[in-house]
Design a protein around this ligand. Structure first.
Ligand code: ABT
Ligand code: MG
Length: 147
């Protein structure tokens, strides 16, 4: 089953948006395979954002993403990699459509609340940065059983 890496960034944690963001993925119908609150080291942040190493905003990006805890998650389901990017919306919140997480909740491109892997290769790479194999839960949901 397809999996992707999603992370509530430090601004989202500080603004009490974890529940709102988790809820959107749950309501869409995806399954949470793993989650934890973690403060990134400079090394982990630089590894995660290595594609931007040469960009002028790299220093600021690393200092922002290490400034406080992030809520790291793995979401699972059909087409979840692309769908997560659609739920999240455009990188620049000023271009993100209403109804998307960034369109509804963010203003600034440098503090855009949430991250989602941009391809199957990124998803595999990023999940491995943040989670050990044994932290990834493999289970089926059966809502009718509990109500
Ligand atoms: P991420 O989910 O954080 O990877 O964002 P997204 O994939 O939508 O966008 P990319 B291009 O990967 O941006 C990474 C982070 O860099 C910030 N950024 C980007 C700037 O601050 N200025 C810029 O001009 C650009 C292009 C936005 C992203 N995040 N943060 N935090
Ligand atoms: Mg990106």
């Amino acid at each position: 089953m397809e999996r992707t890496y999603v992370m509530v960034k430090p601004d989202g944690v500080q603004r009490n948006l974890i529940g709102n963001i988790v809820s959107r993925f749950e309501q869409k119908g995806y399954t949470l395979a793993a989650a934890k609150l973690v403060t990134l080291s400079k090394e982990t942040a630089e590894t995660h954002y290595s594609e931007h190493r040469e960009r002028p905003f790299f220093g600021e990006l690393v200092s922002f993403i290490t400034s406080g805890p992030v809520f790291a998650m793995v979401w699972e389901g059909e087409g979840v990699i692309k769908a997560a990017r659609q739920l999240i919306g455009a990188t620049n919140p000023s271009e993100a459509a209403p109804g998307t997480i960034r369109g509804d909740l963010a203003v600034n491109v440098g503090m855009n609340v949430v991250h989602g892997s941009d391809s199957p290769e990124s998803a595999e790479r990023e999940i491995a940065i943040f989670f050990k194999e044994e932290e990834l839960n493999d289970y089926q949901k059966d809502s009718n059983k509990w109500v």
